[in-house]
Design a protein around this ligand. Structure first.
Ligand SMILES: [Zn+2]
Length: 138
């Protein structure tokens, strides 16, 4: 498995955090990586965090890394890609405690679609997003 940091998707994820008003997620505590060579045939993305004991050991707040499986993610449409990121962000608990929120009952297609709808109802256009999402900086 090879990981490459993705500045592009890290920036887009930060924009999504802002746009969706996920105020419980500090923007500098999430980053995105592309992975190549995943053996899993189904996984498009996954979210990682560090073991609690390491977090305590280095005396830092929680940190999350979103892994985008290149073979799958790169083939998705822009809409699907955004929904993939939203899904992974939903796994971060409101307490931002370094753990995960399970799929049931919240992290599902219905919640993702709800948040995606909020994005598409925005009026301004974010550069490079082909009009799906408004620019949070303007
Ligand atoms: Zn999931």
């Amino acid at each position: 498995m090879k990981y490459t940091h993705s500045p592009e998707w890290t920036t887009k994820t930060m924009e999504l955090i802002r746009q969706l008003e996920f105020r419980h997620i500090p923007e500098d505590r999430v980053t995105c990586f592309k992975s190549i060579g995943s053996k899993s045939r189904r996984v498009i993305a996954r979210i990682h965090t560090m073991p609690k004991i390491i977090q305590l050991g280095i005396n830092q707040p929680p940190f999350y890394a979103i892994e985008l499986v290149s073979e799958k993610f790169d083939r998705q449409s822009q809409e699907e890609q955004i929904k993939t990121i939203i899904h992974e962000l939903l796994h971060i608990p409101h307490s931002f405690n370094g753990g995960f929120r399970q799929h049931r009952p919240y992290v599902n297609k219905r919640t993702v679609d709800h948040h995606y709808q909020k994005l598409t109802q925005q009026t301004r256009i974010l550069p490079g997003w082909q009009g799906l999402i408004k620019n949070p900086f303007s």
